[in-house]
Write a protein that binds this ligand. Structure first.
Ligand SMILES: NC(=O)c1ccc[n+]([C@@H]2O[C@H](COP(=O)([O-])OP(=O)(O)OC[C@H]3O[C@@H](n4cnc5c(N)ncnc54)[C@H](O)[C@@H]3O)[C@@H](O)[C@H]2O)c1
Length: 485
């Protein structure tokens, strides 16, 4: 099929490359000329596993091209995916002006029947607005159908998520749109793609064929907002439980294992930490809360999820403060800038917010991230120092603080870390390490929802007394039982 994807960001690029991988002829468009120039040079503007391979092989085979205008892409395509950003405005409402701009442009060039696919995350009933704008721009009502096809990929595993989905949701109010979307995803729903010798490796848990669910357009729009809100709720919930564990000296990992073993709950997303971030959950929760308000409903639960998330970040800064006492003048090695491991995306990253809080208190922060340094530099500028390895970041630091769940960090040589640090203190906002490992390496270890680990005797001769003194201080203030402070 001939497809166009408008918007070549995290979602558009992945969707475009994956749809080409399924055998379709895909044209990607973006109004950011620098991004288009990069793509034409064969450079990939984002970090995502398997994306470079997919882009390169599908370009070589002529299935993936870059269009110079929406008009050209629309004229020659039968299905047009809208994958532009929908960031939050100051009042929390999603900015739908990018979606509107694309709908206007598409409306002007529709020609023969086309399916317009809402891939961007948008509030319920947006498909109707897209239809209206298209008609206002000259598209006859019978020349198009707007279908909602929300995207559930996660940055870091985006290509695998797209090609091996838990489900594909197609929200179509007409039979033609649903039929064309079924055809688009047929290589996944029939399993044909998975039998290709050069297919992207299949995740161990994948069942063999993708499930495609057809709903009304309204329901599909709601499925996306409801899913993200539910996942964010799971994160805030387990963070609140972690805080209770800290207050009573229990271990949240044990609690997660016990809860997650219940198939009604499931173990995924029961990962205590410094709270959710990224370009989706924060804005989608605000948008969904507004949807509820506009329906005359008070969805107070969403307020609590948002509040708990903010609290969790602040609580982590307090935890670091109680481990180090004054942050002013302290050197902190901050490992992680991306909002999660596997991506270079720093939008709404809790790591960035926490680093800014350290800087505001006068700490000297040295940062390291395997992929997100360049993007972070635009935000943090010269407020922090940039190290070229985790070990370099730790050299002479009063503590190492873990802010992103990169697998590379979980595999650090803790002996080297201990030797590099001025004081043997690690504060882990992602629970990447086990207490036993830390004790064996002679490190004082603070994590989320688990008892602090303090080696019986530190051999850091020059700092031992100071560390013990700080630990005594910390123990007296660390447990903060008030969850809504
Ligand atoms: N990033 C994710 O993990 C993810 C997952 C699921 C859904 N989503 C949703 O998908 C949408 C896109 O997210 P993203 O992370 O890819 O955003 P992004 O900011 O990375 O990409 C959006 C792209 O759209 C382009 N664009 C904007 N206006 C345009 C126009 N008029 N014509 C052509 N291009 C235009 C921008 O230049 C940009 O490259 C959002 O609604 C988001 O909520 C994102």
């Amino acid at each position: 099929m001939k497809l166009a994807v408008v918007g070549s960001g995290y979602v558009g690029l992945v969707a475009g490359a994956c749809l080409a991988e399924l055998g379709h002829e895909v044209q990607l468009v973006d109004n950011d000329s620098d991004k288009m120039a990069m793509l034409l040079r064969g450079e990939i503007p984002i970090h995502e596993q398997y994306l470079p391979e997919l882009m390169s092989r599908n370009r070589q085979q002529g299935r993936l091209r870059f269009a110079d205008s929406i008009a050209n892409a629309v004229k020659t395509s039968s299905v047009i995916f809208i994958a532009v950003g929908t960031p939050a405005l100051v009042n929390g409402a999603p900015d739908l002006s990018y979606v509107e701009a694309v709908a206007s442009a598409v409306g002007q060039h529709v020609g023969e029947f086309k399916v317009i696919v809402e891939k961007s995350t948008v509030p319920v009933l947006t498909h109707q607005e897209i239809g209206k704008v298209m008609m206002l721009n000259g598209a006859p009502a019978e020349s198009f159908e707007v279908v909602s096809n929300p995207e559930f990929l996660r940055e870091g595993t985006a290509v695998t998520d797209f090609l091996f989905p838990d489900r594909i949701v197609v929200g179509a109010d007409g039979s033609r749109g649903a039929a064309m979307l079924r055809q688009v995803y047929e290589p996944l729903t029939s399993g044909a793609y998975y039998s290709q010798s050069d297919a992207i490796p299949r995740p161990a848990t994948f069942s063999g064929k993708a499930r495609l669910l057809v709903t009304s357009a309204k329901s599909a729009e709601l499925i996306k907002h409801a899913s993200n809100s539910f996942l964010a709720m799971k994160i805030s919930f387990i963070n609140a439980i972690a805080n209770i564990c800290e207050a009573v000296g229990a271990d949240v990992q044990e609690v997660c294992e016990g809860m997650g073993a219940d198939s009604r709950i499931g173990e995924r997303f029961l990962r205590p930490g410094i709270g959710y971030g990224g370009s989706c959950f924060p804005k989608d929760l605000l948008a969904f809360r507004l949807v509820a308000e506009e329906c005359g409903l008070e969805f107070g639960l969403l307020n609590e999820v948002i509040k708990l998330n903010e609290y969790q970040r602040n609580r982590f800064v307090r935890k670091v403060r109680s481990a180090l006492w004054n942050l002013k003048g302290k050197k902190i090695a901050a490992l992680g800038l991306a909002f999660k491991g596997g991506t270079d995306d720093i939008r709404e990253s809790p790591a960035i917010a926490i680093i800014q809080a350290f800087c505001n208190e006068g700490a000297e922060v040295v940062v390291y991230d395997p992929e997100a340094m360049e993007r972070a530099r635009c935000v943090l500028q010269d407020k922090v120092q940039y190290a070229n390895s985790p070990y370099a970041a730790c050299a002479g630091a009063h503590a190492m603080v873990v802010l992103t769940d990169w697998q590379d960090f979980a595999e650090l040589d803790l002996g080297l870390i201990r030797r590099a640090l001025r004081h043997p203190i690690v504060i882990d906002g992602r629970n990447l390490f086990r207490r036993e490992q830390m004790l064996a390496a002679g490190l004082h270890y603070y994590s989320i929802g688990r008892p602090t680990a303090a080696p019986a005797k530190s051999s850091h001769s020059d700092s031992q007394a100071a560390v013990e003194e700080m630990l005594t201080e910390m123990r007296s203030v660390e447990s903060v039982p008030n969850l809504s402070a």
